[in-house]
Design a protein around this ligand. Structure first.
Ligand SMILES: [Zn+2]
Length: 87
């Protein structure tokens, strides 16, 4: 489920953010990270909406969502817009 719009999407349409063992949030592009994870659509509106409400930090149970990671995700979403649908 996307943290921004709250809609369920197939996994390949979502970007996963996971929490590392040491408590840092990481972008999980493979979807195989074992830590606690949350999802957002490949949609910049969804991401910004989730950021505004601090949903990532809350969902991952971390204090602060790193700005660097936010930039990384923004770049990935903008890039992902041209990502073809997988079957
Ligand atoms: Zn969404």
């Amino acid at each position: 489920m996307c943290l921004g719009c709250g809609e369920s999407q197939p996994k390949h349409k979502l970007l996963r953010v996971a929490k590392d063992n040491d408590g840092t949030a990481v972008l999980d592009l493979t979807g195989k990270h074992s830590g606690r994870g949350c999802y957002v659509c490949y949609n910049i509106d969804c991401f910004q909406n989730a950021m505004k409400k601090n949903k990532f930090a809350r969902s991952l149970r971390i204090k602060n969502f790193p700005g660097e990671l936010a930039n990384e995700i923004t770049a990935e979403i903008l890039k992902g817009k041209s990502k073809p649908d997988e079957k």
